[in-house]
Design a protein around this ligand. Sequence first.
Ligand code: SF4
Length: 367
Amino acid sequence: MSGVKGWCPGALRPMESGDGWVVRIKPHGAKLSRTQATGIADAAQTYGNGLIDLTGRGNLQLRGVTPDSHTPLIADLRALDLVDPDIATETRRNIIVTPFGDGTTDGLVHDLEAALANSTLTLPAKFGFAVDTGPAPVLTDDPADIRIERLGDTLVLRADGMMFASAFHAPEDAIALAGWFLAKGGASGGRGRMAALIAKGVRPVADIAAPAPARAATPGAVADGFLAGFEFGQIPPDTLRRLGRLGPLRLTPWRMLLVQGAGCLPAMDGLILTADDPRLRLRACTGAPGCTQAHAATRSVAHGLAPFVPDGAVLHVSGCAKGCGWPRKADITLTATPQGFDLIRHGCAHDAPVLRGLHSDQLPKVL
Ligand code: SF4
């Protein structure tokens, strides 16, 4: 096994980075038991550098893994039921899940995972599914190509980018829609997304108005437990252990975990417990030294700028124009370049800047 540069990492196929291999864990059903949470925290410290990232797809990444530590890491993760049988299954199993579902949601995710494992579709690496079957959709703005949503007492299937959906009967319907995407030429060279195909005017049959999404979730008490946020999605191992002892954990794509059954949470290292915490408005990729492509550190810069970010605005600090930490528009984006930071307003990390080559000392004044 060797790490692959620039590839979407998995557990079985890690990605090389500036601080060693990145190993991405995709917990089944986007949930963790106490045993799994403890096992991941232990594994991060035993086989990696102790860093655990909660990603924008609700996965967990361990960093600093080495060629020697990878094999025993996978053995431990396999014993915790956190690894797929092979790379093809792992690559295809991209599913984000509402944390506000019920037992039927868990069963549906399980069946969708099985249907994906049994399918022979060769989907683009970033192609994914959203099982968003809580009382109202909450994953509408999160990355997925095929969405299963609740409309009253029924479920509907929606291609990302469409305002209309079709009736959903079984996971095979979602697999069939993925097959339709491939048949219509949605993928090329291992890339391609549903919304891009829809934007070209290629549409599947759909005649049911899609359900209205719920308001964005924020840290705090919710009906099922307590939502806890993490600055840049980074979870200290001991915090993960302690949270796992408080209840089953649901992973979200919002850099938040739902601790099921918890009415409140004590303060812990790295935890964000209130919706008005300014750290929630910061986005930053790994940056230097963890990423070899970075032109500067990002998270320390973003953290230091938190008091200067205008109310309600989102600040994204990116180590290069790729923009991994927030691949969408932000109110203010600072993109590191060899000449300093470029400042972009209402755009992405690769968009045209309004100011170029800023020294970090200048940043508080120009936000
Ligand atoms: S955006 Fe950040 S993490 Fe992504 S390649 Fe650039 S420096 Fe690395």
